[in-house]
Ligand binder design. Structure first.
Ligand SMILES: [Zn+2]
Length: 492
């Protein structure tokens, strides 16, 4: 977005409306209890703002969650070292002067009705303004983290709460899941492998497997895969979706109980768990090996990894890792960057640009809808290619029976109802943000062992992220008191 344009001015105004609206509602609520409390709140905010401005100006710090963590972990000596006589100037200008004004101000008590009307009018005006300027959301959403850390007093208030919430979550004792048995035991010298590919922002609507008019699934021809019908994501954003698909509680996962996640559970029971990530937002877990994109890149010579930054690198050296291990059970999770917007055109190598022209701006409202969809569809083609390569790799593995499950974390809006990207609250999220692809491939050995075919596996009429935990257990032959057969797509 360029400075000085109308769009820029509107975005700034939208931010000001959010800021002022929130402040007005908070102060109106504070004044409900007493006018003293109102004045006290104002003074407290002035003090916080003056300190925050001093640190932001002097040290260029951004008051995000990590920074608030630093603030609370600083000792007195360190804190003293950061103070400069200039702080007195900030206190005079931003605390003392406006503070005197507030203390001296003669505020009249107003009726409850006027309070309610004031709050309602503020909310109405702010909501109307936000909806009228929905095209700015994308930019605001993309920079929400940075903006949130700059807006006073919300930056330090919200991020202080977030910091302590994070600490509390870390300190909450993990609850172990009940002991598990393997059934049936794996045949001698036979490796049982489950690969879970977690897609990013891929929506079912744009897969030919789900009836899309374009051929976006040319690499995984029909018949190769079981196509699970009507799969709903539990959320519209990555962290929550991952939390539910890796929890035995599924969509009802709560932050109150820190239960062991699927990778930790299986790892504790001797399964070799390898997690490779070209994304983020994963819950805390124990694995046998955890590799970020950079870790894989380090061990990949340039001639072998031409398509370095793309998802394909998640497959590099995978077969060798499985072959080199003495273990007989593997869970491999590949967490893609997939179709993460808004820069869809950066998510696939140039040779996968099947649909043209493509949008090359992160300001999606600057692009034609056709070019946005083209770029997005190319990301699906590329994901389809990766799945087909993965299947080929698994087919080549000797003495093994394997399963590949591909599921997206959530869907994506591509301009329908004026919405882009994802993250709309579940209650009002359009179907495209929640209808996700869920595809399953089984090796010949696995199909014979279990007496299963694609038709039996895809017979269910409705699926969700709740199926992931129990289907992984099912595929690996893990049984325990928390296992639910009705959520296991491999249960005969
Ligand atoms: Zn996501």
């Amino acid at each position: 977005m360029s400075f000085g344009t109308l769009n820029w001015a509107l975005t700034l105004t939208t931010l000001a409306v959010i800021q002022a609206g929130l402040m007005l509602v908070v102060l109106l609520c504070a004044s409900l209890s007493s006018l003293r409390l109102l004045k006290f709140s104002c003074l407290l905010i002035l003090l916080g703002n003056a300190l925050a401005l001093y640190f932001m100006d002097t040290y260029g710090v951004v008051l995000d969650r990590d920074m608030m963590g630093n603030v609370f972990n600083t000792n007195a000596r360190e804190a003293m070292e950061t103070l400069h006589p200039r702080l007195l100037l900030y206190m005079a200008v931003f605390l003392v002067l406006p503070g005197i004004l507030i203390v001296e101000l003669n505020i009249q008590k107003i009726s409850l009705l006027k309070h309610a009307l004031g709050i309602a009018a503020t909310l109405f005006f702010a909501t109307t303004w936000l909806y009228a300027n929905a095209s700015n959301w994308l930019w605001i959403d993309k920079h929400a983290k940075q903006l949130g850390a700059l807006m006073l007093p919300w930056s330090y208030v919200v991020n202080t709460v977030r910091h302590f919430d994070q600490q509390a979550a870390k300190n909450r004792q993990q609850i172990l899941l009940p002991p598990a048995q393997f059934h049936p035991p794996a045949p001698m010298n036979n490796k049982r492998i489950v690969v879970l590919v977690i897609g990013e922002a891929a929506r079912a609507k744009n897969f030919s497997h789900y009836g899309y008019g374009r051929n976006t699934n040319a690499y995984t021809q029909s018949g190769l895969l079981a196509v699970m019908q009507n799969t709903r994501s539990c959320a519209t954003y990555t962290t929550q979706s991952l939390a539910c698909m890796l929890s035995h509680q599924g969509a009802s996962v709560s932050t109150q109980h820190n239960y062991e996640t699927l990778p930790s559970y299986l790892h504790r029971h001797g399964v070799s768990v390898i997690w490779r990530s070209n994304n983020w937002g994963e819950p805390s877990m124990k694995t046998t090996l955890y590799e970020k994109l950079e870790d894989i890149q380090k061990n990949c010579p340039p001639q072998e990894c031409a398509n370095h930054g793309f998802d394909e690198i998640l497959l590099h050296g995978l077969v060798q890792k499985i072959s080199a291990s003495d273990n007989t059970r593997f869970l491999i999770v590949l967490h893609q960057t997939g179709s993460h917007g808004p820069a869809y055109h950066t998510k696939y190598p140039p040779e996968f640009e099947r649909f043209k022209p493509v949008c090359r701006s992160v300001q999606l409202s600057d692009c034609s809808n056709e070019s946005i969809v083209n770029a997005y569809d190319n990301t699906i083609v590329y994901t389809d290619y990766i799945l087909s390569r993965l299947i080929t790799l698994l087919q080549e593995l000797k003495n093994s029976s394997s399963v590949m499950m591909y599921v997206s974390d959530h869907g994506e809006s591509l301009g329908e109802y004026g919405l882009y990207l994802h993250g709309t609250p579940n209650s009002i999220a359009p179907d495209v943000q929640r209808d996700i692809p869920f595809l399953v491939w089984m090796s010949k050995n696995f199909q014979q062992e279990r007496g299963l075919g694609n038709n039996t596996v895809q017979r269910g009429t409705a699926h969700s992220h709740d199926h992931i935990f129990h289907s992984v257990m099912g595929a690996l032959g893990v049984r325990s008191a928390i296992y639910k057969a009705d959520l296991d797509v491999f249960h005969p």
